[in-house]
Design a protein around this ligand. Structure first.
Ligand code: C5P
Length: 312
């Protein structure tokens, strides 16, 4: 008789999670809890974070390492979102929080593209697989929301409408592939600061509505890049430009290169330009480089999937 062999738990799990651009970001007035009600349409793009969760001896606790662009700016202590993700999942699932988490940065740090949130989403999924917790998708989504407003979207990916703090998600229909170019600055902008300036200079209305995004949703459904470019919208843009006025030049260079739409990505300072094609994206990237209005330039496509295990 063949003995029954239970599959051994994995010794390491590698998870990839996407950065995002907000195609539309409508921000209401600050609430008593400090957060702002949002109606936003996220699109996941092909700039990705990787989190590699490795088994460690029992009782070792959590440790974190970071490599990739601007890794030196990312903390490796308990303030890192991957640490918090591991702790939250271990507590919830009743397992010992023993893991080493190695982050490979591919999304700009503090760039308004939710790189940290992608790390949080990836760490949840990686630890879940490493520890074989059996925690369900809905519970992982709740844990994700507890880590940060953009973390649930990091799990879900593709294109989705976010409400609440941006954490309540409904999938949005999108056809085809869109070509993006991102102009990145070395100096990041903390999201909390951008919202503070938004409070001072814009304020926001008490209610935000998706009704204003009908054209955008139609363009997405039709795979119409021209319509999408026209409909891109970001209520935080004024605050971001107030904090970094020279971003206006980065935006105008992209417009002059025929970009279908140009916006601040999330809270910035990354500028997102929508291109007609991959070749056009490369041309916009070249014009940014030639005009010296970005510290780094990346071409990407969207939508892309949410966090997923790429290797056990
Ligand atoms: O949720 P997360 O920690 O990613 O958000 C970072 C900061 O951005 C929050 O502390 C809050 O100040 C601000 N924020 C906000 N309204 C939102 C989302 C974020 O004011 N809907």
């Amino acid at each position: 008789m063949t003995p029954h062999l239970a599959a051994a738990p994995p010794v390491s799990v590698r998870v990839r999670a996407p950065g995002k651009v907000n195609l539309s970001l409508r921000v209401g007035a600050r609430q008593d809890d400090g957060y702002h009600p949002l109606v936003t349409i996220f699109q996941a793009v092909s700039l990705v974070e990787e989190v590699h969760a490795q088994q460690v001896p029992d009782g070792s606790g959590i440790s974190v390492s970071v490599t990739g662009t601007h890794a030196e700016r990312v903390p490796t202590d308990s303030s890192n979102i991957v640490w918090q993700a591991a702790e939250a999942l271990a507590r919830y699932a009743g397992v010992a929080p023993d893991v080493h988490l190695d982050i490979v940065k591919g999304v700009p740090v503090a760039g308004g593209m939710a790189g940290g949130s992608a790390d949080g989403a990836a760490a949840l999924l990686a630890c879940d697989a490493l520890w074989e917790t059996g925690v369900g998708r809905a519970e992982l989504m709740d844990l994700a929301a507890g880590l940060g407003a953009d973390v649930p979207f990091g799990l879900v990916g593709h294109t989705a409408v976010g409400t609440g703090r941006g954490h309540l998600l409904t999938p949005a229909m999108a056809r085809g592939e869109f070509h993006w170019v991102f102009a990145v600055r070395d100096e990041g902008l903390p999201t909390v600061e951008v919202f503070r300036v938004f409070d001072d200079v814009v304020g926001g209305t008490p209610d935000v509505e998706l009704a204003d995004d009908t054209e955008l949703m139609q363009a997405l459904r039709a795979g119409d890049a021209v319509g999408l470019g026209r409909a891109l919208h970001n209520d935080l843009q004024r605050a971001t430009l107030e904090m970094m006025p020279d971003l206006a030049r980065t935006m105008s260079v992209a417009r002059d290169s025929g970009a279908l739409g140009v916006i601040v990505s999330g809270s910035g300072p990354t500028i997102a330009a929508l291109a007609r094609s991959r070749q056009h994206a490369l041309a916009i990237a070249a014009s940014w480089t030639a005009a010296d209005v970005a510290d780094a330039v990346y071409c990407a496509t969207g939508p892309t999937p949410g966090a997923r295990v790429v290797q056990h």
